[in-house]
Ligand binder design. Structure first.
Ligand code: AMP
Length: 445
């Protein structure tokens, strides 16, 4: 199969040739003809599957071939994404695909001045990539009209809800024409998102190019258990031992990112960090330098790293486990892309056992544990498995205190849980599924 047989026009084929895309990926093979035929789409595709081209190519073709010329302050196709970085990345892909087409494309997001964006929108834009908050600001300031809108794309839809954009999305929907094509893309789909999609989409074609919520099997994953306070030390130890060259590290909070970067830099390690508190230009610079291998260790929160496409990233380290289990899939999706193998290591302390359990249940696998000599935790991490069970050992009866103590050190023995067959969840996951149309939740971790 070729892109030509999918019905793409010559100007797009020329762009693809220049980019070196020879064969459509599975998601592209399914999405491109369906979008060209005007269908609504609900697509569950893992990151790295080529989903951006899957929606952008047919969208650009429809814009070039059909519909009226764009008028002042109008937009004909809108791609909503959860973060600024993703907005830049998707727009860059769109720009490359549209190189030979007479279309105007643009990206808007918060964290930068709104005025240049308002100026740019004055003459109208065929395809706009936007984060929900800034899009609404622009709409409310009359810099944007939706009367010409023919297609809406929600990229990383589950993440947008997780980030508290449900109210913004509801407000955006209210402003859009009822008659439109809607494409919903996400790496993972919870049942609630499917329900929501059912309300938004009209007779959608469902595409699932990989089993639901199963992490990429090209990524070798394991867990090292450790006491919380020793995580930085363990990280440096593993880094030196494994001679890590380029690592993307995920920490839970902005403070956590800053603290780890400071610690690493203090040891003379070439590290930088990105999180929602940093100005957009600083974030982009850190990311660009990481991509160019000028920065060895990039520490990020989930928001800042969402959807980033970094070629040939060999290793992802979860310094902290994510609060939302689905983020684990997104995080490890940064490595092992496009068929290459990758590694994902999670440093897990006793406090995080429920998060670990939720991840194992979601990904239907028991993550292999590997203890690091000299770093065995004092606070043992209870065993977990893919059924969502946290296996607590029965407490041993307290020994009467003798001189020299030692009662607190009686922490039980760690047992290798090994891999188990996929199991249906027996308990509810830890993650609370956001309810659409409720108040905003925490925006930036
Ligand atoms: P995405 O999943 O959209 O983030 O894409 C992942 C990476 O795959 C990006 O670097 C794309 O440029 C690349 N890519 C997408 N489609 C193809 C294709 N058909 N052939 C080769 N590379 C592709």
């Amino acid at each position: 199969m070729t892109f030509a047989t999918l019905g793409l026009i010559e100007p797009l084929l020329r762009s693809l040739e220049k980019l070196g895309y020879q064969t459509p990926t599975p998601v592209q093979a399914q999405a491109i003809p369906a979008v060209l035929a005007g269908r609504d789409l609900m697509a569950a595709a893992q990151t790295g599957t080529g989903k951006t081209a899957g929606f952008a190519l047919p969208l650009l073709q429809l814009l070039a071939m059909e519909g009226p010329k764009v008028t002042a302050n109008s937009v004909r196709a809108l791609i909503l994404v959860p973060t600024r970085e993703l907005a830049e990345q998707v727009h860059e892909a769109v720009r490359q695909y549209a190189e030979n087409l007479p279309l105007r494309t643009y990206a808007v997001y918060g964290g930068v001045s709104i005025n240049p964006q308002m100026m740019k929108l004055r003459s109208g834009v065929d395809l706009l990539v936007a984060t929900p908050g800034r899009l609404l600001d622009l709409f409310r300031q009359n810099a944007l009209k939706f009367n010409q809108l023919q297609t809406l794309v929600l990229d990383e839809a589950d993440r947008m809800l997780d980030l508290g954009f449900s109210e913004e999305l509801a407000n955006i929907y209210r402003a859009l024409p009822k008659k439109r094509q809607t494409l919903l893309f996400s790496a993972t789909f919870s049942d609630d998102i499917r329900l929501l999609a059912g309300q938004m989409l009209n007779d959608p074609l469902t595409i699932e190019v990989s089993p639901r919520n199963v992490a990429a099997n090209t990524v070798k994953q394991w867990v090292v258990t450790v006491d919380k306070k020793r995580k930085p030390e363990l990280f440096v130890h593993l880094m030196r031992k494994g001679k890590w060259k380029q690592v993307l590290v995920f920490a839970k909070t902005r403070n956590g990112v800053d603290a780890l970067v400071e610690k690493l830099q203090g040891l003379g390690i070439n590290a930088d960090g990105i999180h929602g508190d940093k100005p957009q230009a600083t974030r982009q610079r850190a990311l660009d330098r990481f991509k160019l291998s000028e920065v060895q260790i990039l520490v990020a929160t989930d928001v800042a790293a969402r959807g980033l496409d970094i070629e040939d990233l060999p290793l992802v380290v979860n310094f902290d486990l994510p609060i939302v289990a689905e983020d684990y899939i997104h995080r490890i999706g940064r490595t092992g892309r496009a068929g290459s193998t990758g590694e994902a290591i999670s440093l897990v302390c006793a406090d995080e056992v429920n998060l670990l359990s939720a991840i194992e249940m979601l990904t239907r696998q028991t993550l292999k544990r590997q203890n690091e000599p000299d770093f065995e935790p004092e606070h043992r991490v209870p065993d977990t498995d893919a059924s969502g069970q946290v296996i607590k050992k029965p407490k041993k009866p307290k020994k009467p205190k003798t001189s020299g103590g030692g009662g607190k050190r009686n922490l039980g023995k760690w047992v290798d849980s090994g891999e188990v067959a996929p199991a249906e969840p027996s308990v509810k996951p830890v993650r609370k599924v956001p309810v659409f149309n409720t108040g905003p939740r925490k925006r930036k971790p």
